[in-house]
Design a protein around this ligand. Structure first.
Ligand code: ATP
Ligand code: MG
Length: 421
């Protein structure tokens, strides 16, 4: 026997029983984005590796350890599967000059790729919906992004999410903080693990994000960025908080909120759940005022966030948010030459009237066809024999409730189907 080829570890098939939950999610997300005037942008899944190195940062987990990068042997291009969507979005906005006239409210969605250790809520191909507001500098847009995400949780039936916010200040305050951090960690170098020692001079801020339990104490006592903040960033942060309070959004300030990507400044935030174990972050983002210039565009401020679709779907399930799959309206069973020809016509006729119809294929007795009709979940079976064909009618049987079979014409079938909820 030949070896069975399986999917790649950490990359999941989404089977029909699950896919309809994805459809509900996607539909809800689209309605929600339309409410706030965000427009879709679609970029390729593969980009030049350099785009991600330059934007996410050379000394980050994503670029150092998680990115699927490879050489295209046909032309020696260095390419990568996108590990996130912001860099591509910014690249496209610059390339097509979208910020020329006015700021842009945009969103993207689709698969992202990171070579992480697969576990519940952490996959190598996962899906994100990302929302980006480019060309806006004020705290109002930071607040809009947070407030709109709160509405989405409501629309998805999710409760119990915690909002953490923080600020990373401007480039100068981060530089000052960096110097202080390096000084502090140098004094405690014996407590640093290999990763942290290596990053001490390249990216000390990332040390704060370490999950190593042995380093928690030294991290806990490290200088806090919030104490090094510049005045303008503080005012900006206050203004964001003011709008959130005004709109009744509760939050906690987390002075240690460090995002895993280098491009963030000022406001950062995360929505976190306790219901999914270690993989608790379902949505994260912040301001990235320097990124557009860094990728080669004219300097422009921006802010955005991305959410993890798999984690949100898991959370919806935890919150008991399950919805019925759309079932077929009618399953047509048929036997006899005249009957089968009429069944084909009937099926198309009903579909013209927007009915969801399954036409039995593969023959078999009425009894075995009725079993399939029942298993299909359809509300009705339409039974067509040569008798029905000769009178241009069908025998209708309700499958989900008790009722007599009735011989009806097609208009009556259409009317019945219109009563579906
Ligand atoms: P984490 O701390 O869990 O690794 P992250 O900070 O790396 O998350 P971001 O880059 O901010 O995540 O991506 C935004 C969201 O995408 C996360 O909050 C999470 O919901 C989701 N996400 C990130 N990585 C994965 C993954 N490997 N599998 C599934 N979802 C993911
Ligand atoms: Mg990560």
């Amino acid at each position: 026997m030949t070896n069975v080829i399986k999917a790649i570890r950490g990359m999941n098939d989404i089977l029909p029983d699950e896919a309809y939950q994805w459809h509900f999610f996607e539909q809800t997300v689209q309605d929600w984005l339309a409410m706030y005037g965000y427009r879709n942008i679609r970029t390729p899944i593969v980009e030049l590796t350099d785009l991600f190195v330059r934007s996410i940062g050379e000394v980050t987990d994503i670029v150092e350890k998680e990115m699927y990068s490879f050489v295209d042997h046909l032309n020696d291009d260095k390419l990568a599967l996108r590990p996130e969507g912001t860099a591509s979005c910014v690249r496209a906005v610059i390339e097509h000059n979208l910020l020329y006239g006015s700021p842009q409210r945009l969103y993207y969605s689709g698969p992202m790729f990171r070579h992480e250790r697969p576990q519940k809520g952490r996959y190598r191909q996962f899906h994100q919906v990302g929302v980006e507001a480019l060309g806006f500098s004020g705290p109002d847009i930071d607040a809009e992004l947070i407030i709109m995400s709160a509405r989405l949780w409501q629309m998805l039936g999710i409760s119990g999410l915690r909002l953490e916010i923080g600020t990373l200040g401007n480039a100068e305050s981060r530089a000052l903080h960096r110097t202080r951090l390096i000084k502090y960690f140098k004094q405690h170098v014996e407590h640093l693990d290999d990763d942290a020692s290596r990053r001490l001079h390249t990216n000390p801020l990332r040390i704060l994000d370490s999950k190593n339990p042995k380093m928690q104490a030294v991290i806990e006592n490290a200088p806090r960025l919030i104490d090094d903040l510049d005045e303008e960033s503080l005012i900006h942060f206050e203004a964001v908080q003011h709008i959130l309070r005004d709109q009744g959004i509760s939050f906690e300030i987390n002075p240690r909120l460090v995002r895993g990507l280098d491009y963030y400044n000022r406001t950062v935030f995360e929505w976190i759940t306790d219901k999914l174990g270690a993989q608790g972050a379902v949505c994260a983002g912040g301001r990235y005022d320097g990124l557009i210039e860094q990728v080669g565009g004219k300097p422009a401020p921006a802010c955005g966030f991305a959410m993890g679709v798999e984690r949100l779907l898991a959370l919806m399930q935890e919150c008991g948010k399950v919805f019925p799959e759309a079932v077929p309206d009618i399953y047509i069973v048929h036997q006899g030459n005249e009957a089968t020809a009429y069944a084909w016509k009937t099926a198309e006729h009903l579909r013209n009237a927007n009915c969801r119809v399954i036409l039995h294929c593969g023959g078999g007795s009425f009894k075995s066809q009725m079993k399939k009709a029942d298993a299909s979940g359809a509300r009705f079976a339409a039974i067509i024999g040569d008798d029905e064909a000769s009178t241009q009618q069908v025998t209708l049987k309700a499958l989900r409730e008790f009722s007599d079979q009735t011989r009806v014409d097609l208009n009556a079938v259409c009317e019945l189907v219109q009563t579906r909820t």
